[in-house]
Design a protein around this ligand. Sequence first.
Ligand code: ADP
Length: 615
Amino acid sequence: MLSSLRSSLAFHRTGLRLLGVVRKIDPTLLPVNLVYALAQVAGVYVGLALTAGLVDALVALEARRAVVFAAGVAVTSCASACVCAFCKRRATVGGMRCAWRFSAMLREKALSLSYETAEDPKLAERLAYIERTAQMHGNIGTVPRYYRDLLSAAANMLTCVSLVVALAFSRPVAAGWLGVVASPAVSAGLLVLVLLAAVGGNTLVGRARTRLMAWVTSTHSSVENRLIYLLNLVLFDRRVPKVSRIYDMGDMLMRNIEKNQRASMSYFDRWISGERRIDVGTSAVNAAFTVASYALVAVKVLAGAITVGAFTQYAGALAQFGAAYSQLVSNNGDLRQCCGYLQEFLDFMDMEDPRPAGSIPVEKRDDGQFEIAFEHVSFRYPGTSEWVLRDVSFRLDTLGKLAVVGPNGAGKTTFIKLLCRLYDPTEGRITLNGVDIRKYDEDEYRDLFGVVFQDFKLFALPVWENLAAGYARDDARMWRALAQAGADGLVRSWPEGLETRLYKDLGDGVMVSGGEAQKLALARALYKDAPLVILDEPTAALDPISEAEVYKRFDRMVTGRTAVYISHRMSSCRFCDKIAVFDGGRIVEQGSHEELLAAGGLYARLWEAQASYYA
Ligand code: ADP
């Protein structure tokens, strides 16, 4: 019994930790909620006591006393309403602040994780779960509200019980059966019975409610996710208008939406019917309790133990008890559920990133000279058993241009990810100037690289913010980078130049084509002014003329820098000093274009295969 009570209250440990987080976000929120809860309860009971005095004064026909009590009732209810209104406003604003902070904390933490951890699809699922359940059951800003309601219900019940003690011990004047029923011993026993019956009835209804909410939670996401996916697909997926018109998909999509809406409606129907049954149960328990408690208080009046005025006070207090207990039970259930979900948030915030962060500063060199070497590097993606890179040993010549080529899936992009320290090798090591790169400060090491990944991302923000990213704004340098990437003409053609917003997600902005976006991403990499520029398929989205321009400018673009260039277009390799050929996770050949052609290996075969298209 005791252990089951302890385990059913264990979630309050999570609740108290969450209140600690709330206190750090808004130190006034908890005191405000405390005052709010006490003001609510005090307003009710002081009002009841004054009303009792007013009724007694009226029964005794004492006009002056009646006026004093009536004024007291008015002043109390006004004062309580004012305090409650002030606290409610503060509590709502504070709750909202916590809700925003909750979203921000999740994002800050996600951004602070190592790439390896952040890229894990399970993490995305976990974050989606935290956000979805917070929307349904509350975020950290909801927790103080639940505790406030618990506190006000508990204070309500305690006040009521202390009044009931006073009621029970009031002595009757009448004799006979009235005197017996109204005697302290019998009336105390009856009152305890009635209170226990109210507690038992409300506990049963509360259990039914907990069962219903557990069903709602387990069913909700599967029903809603399908429908929300389909609804968003039709209105917001930019690819749908084309494909739906070409393949006449309108009816098919609407049929699916309607089918899922029907499923959603029958689910809501079950949910709402369940809630109504619980409401009826609560009302029935409270009505039975009210009738029984009124009868007991009435017997006390008839037996002359209390005045008519006191009847209003005691009857009102007992009516409060039933409502307060059902509020306590339902709130406790909701809070328990909310804490259960938010425990996942706390666990995520506590999550430790297993990667040790290095601390050695990276030597800053103006001459761009440094030496990076792969020493017997093998790599498997976390959670997989396939070797993606196998025993790769390679020295990167500084101030040169390296082309990385090979068939799809050969491991070229993975090689770049390891080079940028987005992942650590499973075996072997990568060194910078002879020191394992894991020993360097991660941010300083990454400052060495300006990278354009194949799946680069631009944001619905002004051009300058896209280009400067985490670095300071310098317009002259920005225009130089844009010119090098061949995008200066494009940006100049926009009326607001560098201030022009891209895309339309955050207001009016310009839409850019795949090729234009790729040039802007290239400008971002050049603006960073890093000694090592890595371009993963940098011309994939460019038309042949733009591609030829990039090749022409390439030399100028990378002057004074080391360039690594992954390309499927073999023609681009001719611009590079050295070529590394990947196949099946290994470097199978390396050398200059001429050397590799003469060797007649994989490179020569790839070169000839592509040349034959243009023959
Ligand atoms: P390339 O750039 O040469 O086309 P990649 O380096 O992208 O090749 O991929 C090499 C292999 O690693 C492929 O078999 C690919 O499926 C696998 N791979 C790539 N990314 C991941 C990942 N995040 N998790 C698991 N396997 C991956």
